[in-house]
Design a protein around this ligand. Sequence first.
Ligand SMILES: [Zn+2]
Length: 96
Amino acid sequence: MPIELDERGRALENEYFRQKEKELLEKMKSQISGNDSKSADMQCPRCDGALYETTYEAITIDVCNKCTGVWLDAGELAQVATKEEETGGWFGKIFG
Ligand SMILES: [Zn+2]
């Protein structure tokens, strides 16, 4: 019966889009949680202090409010390395 087939086709179509939507949501969630790890209230890897973002020489760094540890993600480290070449060495002065 054509009507039944049509309905079944529509149901499958809905299922397909629901699956696609689910995948998209999962993807968005993982992107959001990825961003969360870089947010200001991240916990210090060394102690139970909280990291806050601050800028030094136009580079964003994460600093612990308890042990004053300085943390960088990959992008920030790349910025530091670039800055290091430009300025000839504040990186060494801080971390050396
Ligand atoms: Zn700390």
